[in-house]
Design a protein around this ligand. Sequence first.
Ligand code: UDP
Ligand code: MG
Length: 333
Amino acid sequence: MTNPPAERAERCASLSVVVPCHNEEANLEELHRRLAATLPQVAETWQVVLVDDGSTDGTARIGLELAAADPSVQFLSFSRNFGKEAAMLAGLEHARGAAVVLMDGDLQHPVELIPALVARHLDGFDQVVARRSRTADPKVRTALSRAFYRVVDPLIDVPLDDGAGDFRLLSRRAVDALVALRESNRFSKGLYSWIGFPTAMIDYDNVQRDAGRSSWTLRTLLDYAIDGILSFNTKPLRVVIWLGLWMVGLMLLYVVWLVVGVAAFGVETPGYVTTIAALVLLAGVQLIVTGVIGEYVGRIYSEVKRRPAYLLRVDTAEQPAGPGGGPGPADRA
Ligand code: UDP
Ligand code: MG
């Protein structure tokens, strides 16, 4: 998809930028500087919602300073680390703009792309997705992501786009729709697809992190993959049924083979290896099946508890959360 012309007379009425931050002390000031330079060109009024996801460095201090110095900045801080999904949800719930841009706080999502996102939005798109090319990514990381999408894609109902992440612009009704989805195991990439609405893509080159470290490890990526598969449908249960049917079929063939053998050649010495192999294999399959079912039960358990997705420690606007929230600070201690 080609980028729209850079110069546009139109600006959007109000734009919110939501930034989840976990240990981003080295990046926040630079991010704010770039946002403050860019946003006035594309929006009549703008708001930046910084969400500190239980950072252990100076992120909270810098966030508070930025909010104190710039009334357009709203700073939220969690009581502990709740994860990026929770941070994005908190940001979306506190964003008041007619359009909302979601972006990372590590400068990997170029601020300079926001005018293009807004322009596409003004063309009538509810979701404008900035899709990164993977040229600058480390090789291992790229291979891992590719593998992730290859495994996850057939298992879930909504199409996931490789390279299309959380960097995107959402219209007010798209934000309201996302916020209305109250599941506690949030898998945003699936949720974006699920809500639908007219969607446009814009490509950009990936940038390396300027400072700080990515909080993702192989372990969290794997956890994310399992979440992606399990939080969207019950296909794994169906896979497990097919697995069971195949095993039963193969076992039946094997039994027929044994019986025919006995009928033709009489009883031979019993096969110790086959017995053990069948036993171990079946035990393994049963454990996997139990695990899959257990995951779903666990999810039901965490959903029925109805715990909030996050707890706030600081909100510089001191305003009750809610989709589309009212303007101005409410006086709440
Ligand atoms: N992040 C967060 N909570 C976490 C981990 C990450 O809010 O527990 C934020 C982080 O500050 C950054 C964004 O999510 O703004 C993406 O994180 P990161 O750069 O570590 O992920 P990557 O770009 O490697 O996918
Ligand atoms: Mg990053």
